[in-house]
Design a protein around this ligand. Structure first.
Ligand code: KG4
Ligand code: ZN
Length: 333
C-alpha cells in the first residue's frame, strides 16, 4: 500500500510517499527556518503563508521522485494535530482536496505518533510493545507504545519541552533559531562540569520540567554580562546539554525499568542530539535494553514518518471524511 503523506504542523512543508508503513519511496522537506530565524522563532502567520505557497510544489516533487501519479497512490495521510493551527489547516485542507479529487481514503495522523513511527522506517525489526521517549520542540513525553495505534503517556513535561529549552538557552548564548543543533556542536568542545545547573524535582518521577533550567542559563548569561565577566559558551553549552540529557535519560530509564521494558526507542527533533544519542545508548546497554533511534534525517519534522504511522492508522480503520479539522493541541491517548 502506497501512502502519500503530508506534514505542515510547524515550519516544515513536507510530503512523502511511503510503502506499507516501512519503506520511503520519496520524501521532500521544504524548511522555512531561514525566514523564521530573522525573528528568533517561528512566526505562525508566516509559517501558514509559506505552507500555502509551497505545498503544491512539494507534493508534486514527492510524486515525481516516486515516479507515481496521485491515482497510483492508495491513500492520503496528513498531520491534523497537534501544532500551529494555521499551519496545520493548510496541510489538512490540501489533503482533503486531494482525497476528494482522487477518491482515495484520507487518514488523520497525530504528529507525535508520527515521530514515534520514524523508528519503523529505520528499523524493520521494531514492533510494539516498547517504551518511547519523544523529545521535540513542542513535546517531551515518555510513552508506552502498546500497539501501533495504542499509546499511553507515562510522563510529560510540566512546562517547557526539551527542544524549547535548548532553543531558548541557545538564544541567550547568542545562537540563531533553532539553537539546539548549535549547542550540540559547541558542546563537543566544552567542559560539562564547568557550570552547575539546577535539576528539577517533579512529583511524578517520570515527568520533566525544563523551565527552571532554561531560566538558570538565561540568568547566568545576563548576570555575567552585567558584571563584565566572560562566559565560556562551549562550557555552558556542554553543561546545559549534559543536564538536559541526564534529566531525560534518568527518568526514561527509570520508567523503562519500573514498567519492565527491554525494548526502548527515542524520537523527535531532540533525538538528533549527539550527546543524548550516545549517553542513552550507553545507559540502554548498561541496563540490558535494546534501543532504537531514527537516523538524524528522520528525527526532525518530515512527512515520511506521517506516512508510516498513517499506514497503521489505516489498518486500524482510522479514516476521516471531509469534515476533518485541524486541532492545535490534542493528547495522545
Ligand atoms: O520534532 P521537531 O523537528 O519539531 C517539533 O515537532 O517540535 O523538533 C525541533 C526541535 C527544536 O527545538 C530543535 O532545536 C531541536 O529539535 N533539535 C535539537 C537538535 N536538532 C534539532 N536539539 C538538540 N540537539 C540537536 N542536535
Ligand atoms: Zn515534530
Amino acid at each position: 500500500m502506497k501512502i502519500l503523506a503530508i506534514e505542515s504542523s510547524c515550519d516544515e512543508t513536507a510530503c512523502a510517499v511511503v510503502e506499507n508503513g516501512r519503506k520511503i519511496i520519496s520524501s521532500i522537506v521544504a524548511t522555512q527556518i531561514d525566514e523564521h530565524k530573522l525573528y528568533g522563532g517561528v512566526v505562525p502567520e508566516i509559517a501558514s503563508r509559506r505552507h500555502c505557497e509551497n505545498i503544491t510544489a512539494v507534493c508534486d516533487e514527492a510524486l515525481t521522485k516516486a515516479g507515481l501519479t496521485l491515482r497510483e497512490c492508495d491513500a492520503i495521510a496528513v498531520t491534523y494535530a497537534p501544532g500551529l493551527i494555521g499551519a496545520l489547516l493548510v496541510g489538512v485542507n490540501f489533503a482533503k482536496s486531494l482525497a476528494l479529487a482522487s477518491g482515495k481514503p484520507l487518514i488523520p495522523v497525530h504528529h507525535i505518533k508520527g515521530h514515534i513511527a520514524a523508528n519503523y522506517i529505520a528499523h524493520p525489526e521494531l514492533t510494539p510493545p516498547y517504551l518511547c521517549l519523544v523529545a521535540s520542540g513542542g513535546h517531551s513525553h515518555i510513552i508506552k507504545v502498546n500497539d501501533y495505534t495504542d499509546f499511553e503517556t507515562v510522563g510529560r513535561t510540566l512546562d517547557d519541552a526539551a527542544g524549547e529549552a535548548f532553543d531558548k538557552a541557545a538564544r541567550s548564548m547568542g545562537f540563531p533559531y533553532p539553537g539546539g543543533i548549535h549547542v550540540d556542536k559547541v558542546a563537543k568542545q566544552g567542559d560539562p562540569t564547568r557550570y552547575k545547573l539546577p535539576v528539577p524535582k517533579t512529583e511524578c518521577p517520570y515527568d520533566f520540567s525544563f523551565s527552571g533550567l532554561k531560566t538558570a542559563v538565561v540568568n547566568l548569561v545576563h548576570n555575567s554580562e552585567q558584571k563584565g565577566e566572560k562566559i565560556n559558551v562551549n562550557d555552558l553549552a556542554a553543561s546545559f546539554q549534559q543536564t538536559v540529557c541526564n534529566i531525560l535519560i534518568s527518568r526514561f530509564i527509570k520508567s523503562a525499568s519500573d514498567f519492565g521494558y527491554k525494548t526502548i526507542a527515542l524520537a523527535g527533533g531532540v533525538a538528533a542530539n549527539s550527546g543524548l544519542r550516545e549517553a542513552l545508548a550507553q545507559q540502554a546497554q548498561t541496563h540490558g535494553m535494546t534501543l532504537y533511534i531514527p537516523p538524524i534525517s528522520l528525527c526532525g519534522d518530515n512527512a515520511a514518518m506521517i506516512g508510516s504511522q498513517g499506514y497503521y492508522e489505516y489498518l486500524n480503520g482510522n479514516v476521516a471524511d471531509s469534515s476533518l479539522n485541524a486541532v492545535a493541541s490534542l493528547k495522545l491517548g
